[in-house]
Design a protein around this ligand. Structure first.
Ligand code: SF4
Ligand code: SF4
Length: 477
């Protein structure tokens, strides 16, 4: 199974993937336009990656040719999903080029985003609580959008588990596995199973640490149940933000400091397995070996890459069972009660989706094609209208019954001035709509913290959004 989510692009912070520092030229081949949600949902060529690279090249070659303000306004309209970088034959990365541009021209958005990330422990729950008492009608639309996002931070009531850890035999990943030979193999012993597994450290990420501790607790319980002991030394609480959001927001110093702290925490723990349950955190951590600002020791880059594992790739032959609390198998032709959203940062095969499908069968449907939730990091602040348009298209893919009953994109105010590209009318790339009709009870599962919050903030009525950890139960003892 391919779980490599590392971008093909380099991390030289420029507009191109040339390790010698000389930007490569965009070939105008158009491959990126087939995967860019900003383009697919609006049909606006100027939002496509190739158009952005033309802007970057113009700014680089003739800094005075384009006004910086309009250039930045255009360039800001990016979801930082990284889909273009993964497919571009030249290794061009819009998020990296934007990060460099934003870093050169910091303004209030970067400052606000920095506060949002660095002081989230206080700010996020406070904002979430505020949504309970602030009447939405008295605040401007832009702020209302932020408040809706904040409201999504309130954890939903925990559902009764649909999936229960049933048996762990722990013999598929024994102590000593892995190509690096740098892990701490001396700590602790497995709590279950006949063979000990290597020590594992959980990288929970900002969202779980601050507002969804249940995800972290369930993931920790799963690791122990599988037989992965905690490292004898080190502390998971030493981890901080993975840094990718800070990097893309144009705050490279803060991003570099976060990366250094995380690397130190992993070293202090004896370089154990580093386990994630958020696709965006995983993607950010997977890019660490490309960062020259980290003081890597010999062989450590390889050890980091080998240690980094999505939680759902560690099951081995552990068994899970679906409980009576899970949605029932639908009748023939009836809509699936569970939908799965594949995060943009989970490129290639998504191990979460593979595992859930093997358990839930026809209960779960996952749309193919390009479906971005519209989160986009700093985009939420820079271009909330684009964020909402992309989110709406994502919902139409998740809920085709909604798309069939909704307003055509050509009459939607947000897209009326744009001719949609041919790809936007295909099943894989639905056009944006503006329907808010009540939906049947449907649960959307995903494997990314940011996607969970964004989808929860934009979900139609009667649709709930959960991280898959929300529906997993682990036996005590
Ligand atoms: S895929 Fe790369 S080279 Fe091709 S048009 Fe897009 S940015 Fe240019
Ligand atoms: S990062 Fe995503 S939204 Fe931004 S230009 Fe690339 S594909 Fe488009």
């Amino acid at each position: 199974m391919n779980t490599d989510t590392t971008s093909k692009s380099t991390t030289n912070g420029g507009t191109a993937g040339d390790t010698a520092g000389q930007p490569r030229a965009c070939l105008l081949c158009g491959q990126c336009t087939a995967v860019c949600p900003a383009f697919l949902t609006t049909g606006q060529e100027e939002l496509s990656p190739r158009a952005k690279h033309l802007v970057f090249a113009a700014l680089r070659d003739e800094p005075g040719r384009l006004g910086l303000k309009p250039a930045r306004e255009l360039a800001d309209r990016c979801l930082s999903c990284g889909r273009c970088a993964a497919i571009c034959p030249q290794g061009l990365s819009v998020p990296q080029a934007l990060a460099a541009l934003r870093a050169k021209h910091p303004n209030w958005q970067q400052w606000l985003w920095k506060q949002w990330i660095e002081h989230g422990r206080l700010l996020w729950p406070a904002l979430a609580q505020m949504t309970r008492v602030v009447p939405g009608a008295v605040v401007p639309e832009g702020v209302q959008h932020m408040l809706r996002s904040a409201a999504a931070m309130l954890p939903p009531p925990p559902p009764a588990p649909w999936i229960v850890a049933d048996r762990a035999t722990s013999d598929s990943l024994r102590d000593g596995d892995g190509p690096d030979g740098m892990r701490n193999h001396t700590a602790g012993s497995a709590t279950r199973g006949e063979a000990a597994r290597p020590p594992a450290m959980l990288f929970a990420g900002c969202t779980a640490r601050r507002i969804r501790p249940r995800w972290r607790d369930t993931a920790r319980a799963l690791l122990r149940w599988l037989g992965h002991p905690a490292p004898a030394q080190g502390d998971e609480d030493s981890f901080t933000c993975c840094g990718s959001t800070l990097e893309h927001a144009g705050i490279p110093d803060a991003a570099a400091a976060a990366r250094a702290r995380n690397l130190d925490a992993w070293r202090a723990a004896g370089r154990p397995l580093l386990v994630t349950f958020c696709a965006t955190c995983h993607h950010g951590l997977s890019e660490y070996p490309g960062h020259a600002d980290l003081d890597w020791q010999a062989g450590e880059r390889k050890a980091w890459a080998a240690a980094l594992r999505p939680l759902s790739t560690l099951w081995g032959d552990a068994a899970f069972r679906v409980t009576a609390d899970a949605p029932a198998q639908p009748e023939a032709d009836a809509p699936a009660p569970v939908r799965y959203h594949q995060p943009c940062h989970r490129k290639g095969t998504d191990p979460d989706a593979v595992w859930l499908r093997s358990l839930l069968g026809s209960r779960m449907r996952a749309p193919g094609g390009v479906n971005c939730c519209g989160m986009g990091g700093v985009l939420q602040l820079a271009a909330p209208d684009l964020s909402r348009t992309v989110a709406d298209a994502c919902w139409n893919a998740l809920l085709p019954e909604r798309a069939a009953a909704s307003i055509p994109a050509s009459t939607s105010p947000s897209t009326a001035s744009s001719a949609a590209p041919a790809t936007a009318s295909t099943p894989d790339a639905p056009a944006a709509t503006a329907n808010t009709a009540p939906q049947p009870n449907i649960t959307v599962l995903t494997g990314c913290s940011g996607c969970t919050l964004q989808l929860a903030a934009t979900a139609p009525p009667n649709v709930r959004v959960l991280h898959w950890l929300d529906v997993v139960g682990v036996p005590h003892g």
